[in-house]
Design a protein around this ligand. Structure first.
Ligand code: NG1
Length: 452
């Protein structure tokens, strides 16, 4: 019986006929490539999406709120279960052949950047925590453009591959691991590759729902549970990620300094609010009450007099690398950003795109003026995005200091947006920006199974 791919893919990508036709062609091509490599037989198809953060920047490590959206740019894994623990994995984009590993062996990581690391991480973690004896698979990865998650563009392509590998192993071994527990495990699996990121990316990939953004409370509750909810994106709007082409090297120390400034803020606020541990804890207190407790600028000598040692405020004794801390405006950004995320949830739920657009603009201004993570190029890009017809709102997204902006745009204005923003950005800045118009998609999991 012929496989009705479009019907199988509609719950993932929505009902748009053109999208479904393109995706069906893509999946068909993957099935054919799989058959050429591994021959006829059963195939299970798994996927995991990239993400963009709509709002809630630099709030996650302050135990605050974020609202990412999973994209229709995703990573596919075509897999045939094996009876042994071997994993053989080809990549539609890698002509250098397959990678092989055995699930039970702790194999040293391959050179940084090797894509197979992102499969080995979850394999080792799941074997340790849900094994022993997990079955391996013969697989084919497809993250190729234009439907794959663009790499190096701030869209979480590495988390997408990690989560795709995890759901493949969970699926073929029928493990009872899903939802937030799976997302949390995927976060730790990515540590194997050497990154120590937040939890936003894996949660978005695992928990997303087509047509929705994901509101996530980054504070773990009892039993390591997390609160999240799906927030509808009103029909007729597209999300465009525009990569500025600017990459600032060495943003780690700048990032650490921001983390330190938030923690210093907490220590200063504890004098009046002794129970608090994160900026999240003062969300409901009016800013006027907090402001006098938070100096605009404070130096190390003053902090030491107050019994606060900035050299030990970061984890593993990382130095913040400065003795000047801008505590007030950094805390103001985090506290107001948390409020904007909550207001954005209400606005989207009410279909109020005007308010949502205004919150995006305010979030950008706060990131630029209070958190100081914008750049002149990003400012040009946001300005041009806001001038384009049909734009609801635009802001920088991700850690900052270059990278990407996100714009929410009326669906029928996407082409005009790209035509007006990219050439003018090039003219004014001299760089070639890249635009990725995206729709939302469902979270990671098995798309379907078939026999080829
Ligand atoms: P990006 O730059 O999008 O990977 C980083 C952090 C997030 C979050 C944002 C700022 C890592 C891997 N990711 O995201 O957790 O803090 O900055 O909102 O550290």
């Amino acid at each position: 019986m012929a496989l009705n791919l479009q019907a199988l893919l509609a719950p993932i990508y929505g009902e748009d006929p053109q999208t479904l036709q393109e995706q069906a062609t893509r999946y068909q091509r993957g099935l054919e490539a799989f058959a050429r490599i591994y021959g006829a037989g059963p195939v299970l198809v798994f996927r995991s999406p990239g993400r963009v953060n709509l709002i809630g920047e630099h709030t996650d490590y302050n135990h605050g709120f974020v609202m990412p959206m999973a994209l229709d740019k995703d990573v596919l894994i075509f897999a045939r279960p094996r009876e042994d623990q071997q994993v053989n994995i080809a990549n539609i984009e890698d002509r250098f052949g397959k990678r092989h590993f055995t699930i039970s062996e702790e194999i040293p990581p391959k050179p940084i950047g090797d894509w197979a690391n992102y499969l080995q991480g979850p394999a080792q973690l799941l074997e340790r925590e849900h094994g022993p004896g997990l079955k391996g698979f013969d697989g084919l990865v497809d993250g190729a453009p234009p439907y794959g998650v663009p790499r190096g563009a701030g869209l979480s392509s590495s988390s997408a591959l990690t989560v795709a590998a995890a759901v493949t192993l969970v699926g073929i071994n029928q493990l009872a691991l899903q939802g937030a527990a799976l997302a949390e495990a995927c976060g730790r699996a990515e540590w194997y590759v050497g990154t120590r990121g937040g939890i936003m990316d894996q949660f978005s990939a695992v928990l997303a729902k087509h047509g929705h953004a994901l509101f996530l409370d980054c504070r773990p509750r009892e039993g390591n549970e997390y609160y999240f909810k799906h927030v509808p994106i009103p029909a007729g709007y597209a999300v465009i990620v525009v990569d500025s082409g600017v990459r600032h090297k060495n943003t780690g120390p700048l990032f650490n300094r921001r983390v330190a400034e938030g923690r210093i803020g907490v220590r200063l606020l504890q004098k009046k609010f002794p129970g608090i541990t994160h900026l999240r804890d003062v969300n409901d207190i009016p800013w006027e009450e907090l402001e006098p407790l938070l100096p605009e600028v404070i130096h190390t000598d003053e902090l030491l007099r107050l019994g606060i040692d900035p050299e030990t405020i970061l984890d593993q004794g990382v130095s913040p690398g400065t003795d000047t801390f801008y505590v007030r405006k950094r805390c103001r950004h985090v506290i107001t950003e948390n409020q904007r995320v909550l207001q954005s949830v209400s606005a989207l739920e009410a279909g109020d795109m005007e308010t949502f657009g205004r919150l995006l603009q305010e979030a950008h201004a706060s990131a630029r003026d209070d958190y100081e993570i914008s750049t002149p190029e990003i400012e040009v890009l946001v300005e041009l995005a806001n001038q384009a017809p049909g734009t609801v709102g635009a802001r920088l997204t991700g850690a900052g200091w270059g990278g990407c902006i996100v714009a929410v745009v009326q669906q029928d204005a996407v082409e005009a947006f790209v035509q007006s923003v990219l050439p003018e950005y090039n003219r004014r800045v001299g760089l070639q920006a890249k635009a990725f118009p995206c729709q939302s998609s469902a979270g990671a999991g098995q798309a379907f199974s078939t026999t080829i």
